[in-house]
Design a protein around this ligand. Structure first.
Ligand code: ZN
Length: 496
């Protein structure tokens, strides 16, 4: 009996220990979970408040510039529209610098536009920030941000600001790094820049010689606004101190070869590279000519042979502007595939350059690609030559990346179009009749609501494939339209 009781006691003690352990570990685990979730919500709410960029994971596979993402923010406010594009990396300090620059530009613009509102000046303004990327074989990128703004006056103002990053190391090169911080080296830079500046017929008439001399003195500060590619170094100067208004932003480019003797080792041009490039160029040009003719003519001829189908059903054209985007566009493609829906994507050339693989995947899925300009300026404010450049450069990159003729037509940024703009292209201008205002509300649920009361047979619905909320709200909208008896067609099929 005693033995048994002891056994039972022992047994109970063993159960107690196990049970205590179980409870103990349960408490620890839930404690850790609660702590983690609290920390997460605390950090996410603080990031919203301070507007600090949340570090993003950069997908280097589908970018033309590995380690860099292109962010596009477009506000279609009819009085104070803006389109801002900037590079983003995984490096906090770089992102912070870009963010500060962007924030300042936005604040200056909205302050001026608010002033105009108060004065009841009803001339719409515009803020456009876009950038060009130069890469150097040392692994360094130069980003040249071009800020053009109009705020009531007839003439816009343009400013250029460069940023630098090695996306692998996070290092940001300076002008001193290029020339080994050697003042003697800088003297040669200054001498060459002056020569080019005074010789250039674009500046020679409008330049103020004394001031130009002052701003090109061999001081590091004078040359801190620069970009470097494998072939050249570009220097950007503020317009006002140096030249008259008509001149534009003075830019001086110098072939790296001319500076080889004073460049730091990693930036020196290797002689072999120089000899090779001309022969490479001429051979690739021939190849492009033959290829181009083949790939562009075939799809066109096969398309015209297809007899036009006359559907009984109501038709609607879904259109997505301002992309492509690696995440949002890809999610939209998945949703469209579920409903066997074909759509038209009005792309920005600058983003196609960054994400050629995404643009190609849209075409490969049977959707239509179309032209939405290179970097989203209000084209009615630009010269004919610049409008033509915005449109043709974009068509060219879309056709190059997809290997197909672009069929979807042209949609001017902000829907802003006039005679001058129309004169620059034969592409049909495509606007819309149903505006989802997705850029404004950024709410998935509003997407369906915006369509419900406005959609008709033949409607063109405007959406943007750079907002996550649009991708998230799309399925509900497609389900509704399908249930209402609509079929989804490309824009070019609407008038058939
Ligand atoms: Zn747009």
């Amino acid at each position: 009996m005693t033995m048994k009781r002891n056994d039972r006691k022992k047994h109970r003690a063993w159960i107690d220990i196990v049970f205590t352990f179980f409870i103990f570990s349960l408490v620890i685990t839930s404690g850790v979970l609660i702590f983690l979730s609290l920390e997460k919500s605390a950090s996410s709410s603080s990031t919203v408040k301070k507007e600090i960029e949340v570090p993003v994971i950069i997908d280097s596979i589908d970018s033309n510039y590995p380690g860099i993402k292109i962010v596009t923010e477009i506000f279609n406010d009819p009085f104070a529209p803006s389109a801002i594009q900037y590079p983003q990396s995984i490096h906090k300090s770089f992102n912070q610098k870009i963010s500060t620059y962007k924030q300042q530009a936005k604040e200056i613009y909205s302050a001026k536009m608010n002033e105009n509102r108060v004065k009841q000046l009803d001339i719409p303004g515009e803020l456009n920030i876009s950038f060009e990327t130069f890469s150097h074989q040392s692994g360094n990128y130069s980003f040249v941000l071009v800020n053009t703004s109009y705020s009531g006056g007839a003439n816009g103002s343009t400013e250029i600001q460069s940023f630098h990053l090695n996306p692998k190391t996070g290092e940001e090169i300076t002008i001193q790094d290029l020339f080994s911080s050697d003042d003697k080296h800088l003297e040669l830079v200054s001498k060459l820049v002056r020569e080019k500046l005074f010789e250039d017929p674009a500046y020679s008439k409008s330049i103020y010689p004394e001031k130009a001399q002052l701003h090109t003195e061999p001081s590091w500060n004078n040359f801190s606004n620069f970009a470097v590619s494998d072939e050249e170094i570009y220097f950007y100067f503020d317009r006002y101190p140096i030249a008259a208004k008509s001149a534009g932003v003075p830019i001086v480019s110098i072939p790296l070869l001319e500076l080889n003797s004073v460049l730091a080792d990693v930036f020196k041009v290797v002689e072999e590279d120089v000899v090779q490039s001309p022969s490479e160029d001429s051979s690739s040009e021939e190849a492009v000519d033959e290829d181009g003719a083949d790939t562009i003519e075939n799809p066109e001829s096969s398309e015209t042979e297809v007899p036009p189908t006359i559907p009984e059903k109501k038709r609607v054209a879904l259109t997505f502007d301002d992309g492509p985007d690696p995440k949002v566009t890809t999610q939209i493609l998945e949703t469209l595939a579920k409903y066997d829906a074909k759509a038209t994507f009005f792309m920005l050339g600058s983003r196609v350059e960054y994400y050629p693989e995404i643009a190609k995947s849209v075409a490969d899925a049977g959707h239509e690609l179309a032209n939405h300009s290179w970097n989203h300026p209000d084209l009615t404010k630009l010269s004919g030559e610049r409008v033509s450049n915005e449109i043709h450069r974009t068509t060219a990159i879309i056709e190059e990346v997809t290997g197909l003729k672009m069929t979807g037509g042209f949609r001017p940024p902000y829907g802003s179009v006039n005679k001058n703009v129309r004169a620059q292209t034969d592409l049909p201008v495509v606007l819309w009749d149903v505006d989802t205002l997705d850029w404004k509300h950024r709410n998935p649920a509003n997407l369906l609501a915006s369509v419900q009361n406005n959609v008709n047979d033949g409607s063109i619905i405007l959406m943007h494939d750079i907002h996550q909320s649009t991708a998230d709200g799309l399925e509900a909208m497609l389900a509704y339209l399908q249930q209402e008896g609509f079929i989804f067609v490309k824009v070019s099929e609407l008038d058939k």
